[in-house]
Design a protein around this ligand. Structure first.
Ligand code: JB8
Length: 229
């Protein structure tokens, strides 16, 4: 999988992309990730990439020319999924991550300032994505979320087979609580059933914990209760 990230803070992205699972997959050649500095495509020699908003208002807006020039300089750009990170985008979830993990080439565009000229979203991006209902200072952290969620679903990036689909959201529910040694820690015991060796009972306890936890914390994930027939 090829990923190009465009940002005015390429150094913000370098560290995380050089650590852990992603670094290993890059070393193995499974992922080809490149970070590009938008300022190389600035409109002047001072590195200007923003301007005042038409119609007035606070803050600055990113001009379209650097974005079009930066993206169009990426080989194969017109065939790539071109994703603009934005709080106004469609919500990113596990289904979107799975879909994106199938792509050969992804370009991620990280904005800063108060926003980006709308012509970038309309005529350059193929997708506009938000990672959650809060406002970041820019798209870089969101791009890292998208990269991590999608690339761990690319074959060979994660070792295991069983753990990848039996986790939160893949089953449509939150995960059950996990415990390891010691059996008692600071007065808190591990639930007895987990020490019992009764695999069927452990399974049903886990399913019930998933259901309770999801009902309590994320009722929006549960199927609608149709009530009495
Ligand atoms: C300026 O919250 B976000 C996000 C916020 C942003 C920009 C991009 C993404 C650009 N603020 O997803």
């Amino acid at each position: 999988m090829r990923i190009d990230v465009v940002s005015i803070f390429p150094e913000y992205l370098a560290g995380p992309l050089d650590a852990s699972l992603i670094a290993k997959a890059r070393a193995k050649g499974i992922l080809d990730i490149r970070v590009h500095d938008l300022r190389q495509y600035a409109i002047d020699k001072h590195g200007t990439v923003d301007d005042e908003p038409y119609g007035g208002g606070a803050g600055m807006v990113m001009r379209p020319e650097p974005w079009f020039d930066a993206v169009e300089a990426i080989e194969g750009w017109s065939e790539a999924r071109r994703i603009l990170l934005s709080p106004a985008g469609r919500r990113f979830d596990q289904m979107a991550a799975r879909d994106l993990s199938l792509a050969q080439h992804v370009i991620l565009m990280c904005g800063r300032y108060e926003g980006i000229d709308e012509r970038v979203a309309r005529s350059l991006a193929t997708d506009e994505i938000s990672v959650g209902d809060y406002v970041l200072a820019g798209g870089e952290a969101a791009a890292l979320v998208v990269i991590e969620a999608a690339t761990r679903l690319v074959p060979g990036v994660v070792k295991e087979k069983a753990s990848i689909e039996e986790e939160s959201f893949s089953a449509g529910l939150l995960d059950y609580p996990q415990y390891t040694r010691p059996a008692e820690f600071r007065g808190h015991a591990v639930p007895e059933v987990l020490l019992s060796g009764h695999h069927a009972q452990i399974e049903s306890w886990r399913r019930e914990e998933q259901r309770k936890r999801t009902a309590e914390r994320r009722p929006d994930l549960l199927p609608p209760d149709l009530g009495p027939a």
